[in-house]
Ligand binder design. Structure first.
Ligand code: SF4
Length: 381
């Protein structure tokens, strides 16, 4: 049986660059060339479909960025209708759109919902106004609440909140306070992840003056935050992902379970089986203007590479060990085409150090292994 197939769509523009951002995003032009860009995305999809084996219905579509909520309701409708004509999806397909609270309005959210979007991911990052300014976010604390109300009023009943920890001057108490305010909104999902400051960002220039939490405080933040979320019914199922009840994110789950995915848009990545049965990694041209121009001239925007068995082994473990519950040997064989005996042998050194367990068919990082995930991966690879 082919693995589940998902689609990622990258919208590269933002109102302005956040100070910590090293994603493939660009300050938006005065007028986003929405129609041209959506045509280009659909053409990009057609080019991928000429390479891929796609007999499956799409399990999920994720419109990420950048700031997809800069696109109009009509634009999202045209995009999703165009996709439906090329690659079928149905009512059970999870369709997520990322929104910045600074670009949220009720009319737009209603139009997204009417177009088929059924999950909203709000990038709020913190409820602390001072932290929002430090991070260079465009929105205020008040706009977070307004965006959340707009989402629920529009009938978007499945909402994720993206929240960071490890912010300058943060203590376990202030980090948990952020979580308390998130939980009070009763979202269906919380992505709680650590701020990383990359060298090519403006925040990196200020790193010396930021008083970032040290290792001990960071561990206490994580421990107390995880404990708090668990008491509120948010179950951690991946390093940064917490689901209320059954509201896991299918789209991200598919990455972690090494399913197939197509990625369209500037800088998007994909991984799927090609028509010759090879597993291919695909990367799209990053610059949005070059991307547009090339597609408008019927030129390819794709770089592709066939993955070796070793690449597949590494990528599978890199993703699947992030899952709290781990993975089964059956899933390993189905998704990699490699023998489980090979994996079982490779697990032995990590098992003897108490970093990973093999219980029947289930492979799982132990609590110690989960804390030392990078070290565990190095041993396995
Ligand atoms: S909104 Fe997201 S993608 Fe855009 S600049 Fe900020 S962090 Fe980067």
């Amino acid at each position: 049986m082919p693995p589940p197939l998902t689609l990622y769509i990258h919208i590269p523009w933002c109102v302005q660059k956040c100070l910590y951002c090293d994603f493939n995003s660009y300050t938006k032009p005065n007028l986003i060339p929405e129609t041209r860009f959506i045509n280009a995305l659909l053409q990009d999809l057609e080019q991928d479909l000429a390479l891929a084996t796609t007999s499956q219905i799409l399990t999920s579509i994720f419109i990420g960025g950048g700031t997809p909520s800069l696109l109009s309701g009509d634009g999202i409708w045209r995009l999703l209708t165009g996709i439906q004509a090329l690659l079928p999806y149905n009512n059970s397909t999870e369709i997520t759109l990322e929104a910045n609270p600074g670009t949220a309005d009720s009319e737009r959210f209603l139009a997204y919902k009417a177009s088929g979007v059924n999950r909203l991911s709000l990038g709020i990052q913190s409820f602390d106004s001072k932290q929002l300014r430090t991070l260079g976010r465009i929105h205020s604390r008040t706009e977070i609440y307004q965006a959340y109300v707009h989402a629920k009023e529009a009938g978007l009943s499945n909402v994720n909140l993206d929240l960071m920890f490890g912010l300058p001057g943060q203590t376990p108490r202030s980090a948990v306070l952020d979580l308390v305010q998130a939980v009070e909104l009763r979202p269906e999902h919380i992505s709680w992840y650590q701020l990383t400051i990359e060298p090519n960002t403006p925040l990196y220039q200020k790193v010396g003056s930021l008083s970032l939490p040290g290792e001990t405080i960071m561990l206490a933040i994580q421990r107390q935050g995880q404990y708090y979320l668990a008491t509120q019914g948010f179950k951690q199922y991946e390093v940064s992902a917490y689901a209320y009840g059954t509201y896991r994110c299918f789209h991200n789950l598919n990455y972690w379970q090494f399913g197939d995915y197509i990625g369209i848009g500037p800088g998007a990545h994909g991984k799927f089986m090609d028509l010759d049965g090879n597993v291919r990694r695909i990367a799209k041209l990053s610059n949005p203007w070059d991307y547009l121009t090339r597609l408008e001239n019927n030129l390819s925007v794709t770089k592709s590479q066939i993955l070796s068995d070793q690449d597949i082994f590494v990528e599978f473990l890199f993703n699947a060990l992030r899952l709290k519950e781990g993975f089964s040997l059956g899933l390993f064989e189905a998704r990699t085409g490699l023998s489980k005996d090979y994996l079982v042998t490779k697990l032995l050194p990590a098992q003897s150090r108490g970093l990973v367990s093999l219980d029947g068919e289930q492979v799982q990082a132990t609590s110690k292994g989960y804390q030392l995930l990078n070290q565990l991966l190095l041993i396995l690879l």
